[in-house]
Design a protein. Structure first.
Length: 309
């Protein structure tokens, strides 16, 4: 893809398809630092030298963004990240080629785009599932999870009688931390996580495919049939959850059993660990898959008369 340079409209540069970024304010300073470091390095520049310089520059400028998933990324982590993203790798290879051919203006434009990507704290979740997976492992920053918990407690308050229904929606762009906030809240408050994203689509965490295929069927059955289906689902879901808290599922996540003297927040934290154990960009772990397999099996028992919809 060819597009005008963000800094020089008269020059064409290759804009990586992985990210049509808006240049970040600090990116130009990072580019100047990088080109200066490159000029002090032995020619011709190789890929490891370039990655090492990028790593040092990123760490220097991301000190003020501790929540950025690329903050304090080591050389091995950066190399693995680049290897996981072919278009970024191709862009860096082009930077090397252009620099060694003394095409400095093109190098600056490419680096500006690349650094603008890294400076966007939501880029990880928007790029690839492996990178989004990595972003979930960094320390959570902010009060969104606490605000969400406070709001839901208000919605659930029995004194709040003027509500149509006690539920809430979180509406925001992809990669802005909606699922991560719910996950963070589930460390202290009991949450049953369900993801009905269509299989094969991008995003993290991955979908619960067995539920998605079961619950997202359309075009058949009456409204009453669907109402009965979801009643059966909720009954099966809560029955399976109670069984899980009694350590009766016959599934092992390696995260330990529930105890009678566990405090509510301990129960919530343990259940979260069970349901997230083994989760990766490629799918969920055996415990969560087995959990929802038991739910759908129970649904078939509870609602066998209308599950043909």
């Amino acid at each position: 893809m060819r597009t005008a340079s963000p800094t020089q409209d008269s020059m064409d540069v290759d804009l990586p398809a992985y990210r049509q970024v808006t240049p970040a304010p600090n990116a130009l300073h990072m580019v100047r630092t990088t080109t200066f470091c490159l000029s002090r390095s032995k020619s011709p520049i190789d890929s490891m030298t370039l990655l090492d310089i990028l790593k040092d520059v990123l760490n220097s400028y991301l000190d003020e963004q501790p929540s950025n998933p690329f903050s304090k990324m080591g050389l091995d982590g950066l190399r693995a990240f680049v290897d996981d993203n072919p278009e970024l790798k191709q862009s860096l290879e082009q930077v090397l080629k252009d620099y060694n051919q003394n095409q400095i203006d093109t190098v600056r434009n490419q680096l500006n785009i690349i650094y603008s990507f890294f400076l966007n704290p939501f880029s990880a979740a928007q790029l690839t599932n492996p990178t989004a997976e990595y972003s979930w492992k960094v320390r959570y920053v902010g009060d969104v999870a606490k605000a969400l918990s406070s709001y839901l407690h208000g919605v659930a308050n029995e004194a709040t009688l003027n509500l149509y229904a006690r539920y809430a929606s979180i509406v925001q762009s992809s990669g802005t931390g909606k699922s991560r906030a719910v996950d963070e809240m589930s460390k202290e408050h009991f949450v049953i996580p369900i993801n009905l994203r269509a299989p094969g689509t991008t995003g993290y965490p991955p979908p619960d495919e067995i539920l998605q295929s079961f619950l997202c069927r359309t075009g058949q059955g009456t409204q009453d049939d669907r109402y009965s289906l979801f009643c059966a689902f909720l009954q099966a879901l809560f029955q399976t959850t109670v069984l899980a808290l009694d350590n009766g599922l016959g599934l092992d996540s390696g995260e330990g059993e529930f105890n009678d003297n566990d405090r509510p927040e301990e129960i919530a934290s343990k259940f979260r660990k069970h349901m997230s154990s083994g989760m990766s960009a490629n799918g969920h772990g055996p415990y969560r898959i087995g959990f929802y397999k038991l739910v759908t099996d129970e649904m078939n028992k509870v609602g066998c008369c209308f599950l043909s919809i």
